[in-house]
Write a protein that binds this ligand. Structure first.
Ligand SMILES: [Zn+2]
Length: 364
């Protein structure tokens, strides 16, 4: 080994020592960062929360506070005090997407379109060429019955069934409400700005759900009296717009206005009593009347019980800290909202079936 080789060897040893040192330093830094993140993004207690997140003083722990969006997104798979709030409405959203798809496939034009893709294209195109897209939601047809085959006649008759767009308006409203609610619960821990924005979207979602819920019953009950359709649907839409504008003021998003918000939503829902009594007077004696009344009463009771839990914050006020993760009032409220929406879905199916059978020729 000559002099230069010796120097090079020493230099290599120094470099490798430096390399090992810097590697271990990096590892140490990474460990520290992980420990710091774990500390920074751990769950905190009510007292440690920033002021804008202090909503329910009876839920004492398991809060996320000022988490980055990515952390908040993946917290959907972690246990904290919003986990059940997120999942109750997320599963509800998925359920309503499934119900919408199932009902959409029953719209004759959609079923035909589906048929067209499942059969060979040229044949399907020939048999479906007469279906016009403008009839999609109207439930009427322009096909001349004399010129159609028996198979097409059967399809054509099914197309004279009652229009379903009011039903899809309700399904869309329910999906919007459930999705905005679970999004709000998932990301409201990110920042004050996003918290305010998501809370407002959540309230708009509730108002949209209430307004769109009026569409199937009012539309089908008063299908033969369009002026009543206009009065009731116009009235509830105006009330919904007023509620949304009122709720968009930031002060009304705070905990202090919990009861006022509930009162606004309750009055919107309660205004349904007017067309309901009107419909009962018009259609008393029709067997389906009792069935829809049972469904709609179940919906009203579900929403009312849910609202009582939302406002009273029972059971956590009785045992603060006991229901932080599971069983607190907001989770119970979510479950009752789902039950109410499903009861209303059941009622809407009865209204459609009734109008399909009776048309405009008879009473309900
Ligand atoms: Zn909620």
């Amino acid at each position: 080994m000559n002099w230069s080789e010796g120097v090079m060897g020493k230099r290599r040893a120094v470099i490798s020592q430096e390399g090992t040192a810097s590697n271990s330093q990096k590892k140490e830094k990474r460990k520290k960062r992980t420990r710091k993140n774990r500390y920074r993004y751990g769950l905190v207690s009510f007292r440690e929360l920033p002021e804008y997140m202090k909503d329910n003083e009876y839920i004492l722990g398991y809060y996320r506070a000022n988490w980055p969006l990515k952390k908040a997104l993946f917290s959907v798979f972690r246990w904290h005090n919003e986990t059940i709030n997120i999942w109750t409405h997320l599963m509800g959203f998925v359920l309503f997407v499934g119900l919408t798809m199932a009902n959409f496939m029953q719209v004759p034009q959609v079923a035909d379109l589906f048929d067209m893709f499942t059969r060979s294209f040229p044949v399907a195109a020939a048999t479906n060429a007469s279906h016009e897209s403008k009839d999609f939601f109207s439930g009427t047809t322009l096909i001349d019955l004399e010129k159609t085959s028996p198979l097409e006649k059967a399809t054509t008759l099914s197309e004279t069934m009652v229009t379903r767009w009011p039903f899809f308006v309700f399904l869309s409203g329910a999906m919007f409400c459930l999705l905005s609610s679970s999004t709000c619960h998932l990301f409201c821990c990110h920042s004050h700005h996003l918290n305010l924005l998501l809370l407002r979207i959540d309230y708009v979602g509730i108002a949209v759900m209430i307004v769109t819920s009026f569409f199937p019953p009012i539309y089908y009950i008063f299908q033969c009296d369009p002026h009543w359709q206009f009065i009731y649907l116009g009235g509830i839409t105006a009330l919904g717009i007023f509620t949304v504008i009122t709720l968009l003021s930031p002060s009304l998003s705070t905990a202090a206005f919990r009861s006022s918000r509930a009162l606004l939503f309750f009055s919107m829902g309660f205004s349904g009593i007017v067309p309901a009594v009107h419909a009962l007077v018009l259609n008393w004696g029709e067997p389906r009347c009792l069935k829809t009344l049972a469904y709609e009463s179940a919906m009203a009771v579900s929403y009312a019980i849910g609202t009582i839990f939302y406002v009273s914050r029972i059971p956590e006020r009785w045992k603060p800290g006991w229901f932080d993760l599971a069983g607190h009032s907001h989770q119970i409220f979510h479950v009752f909202v789902m039950m109410g929406a499903l009861a209303h879905y059941g009622a809407a199916l009865v209204f459609i079936e009734w109008r399909n059978t009776v048309g405009c020729g008879g009473i309900m």
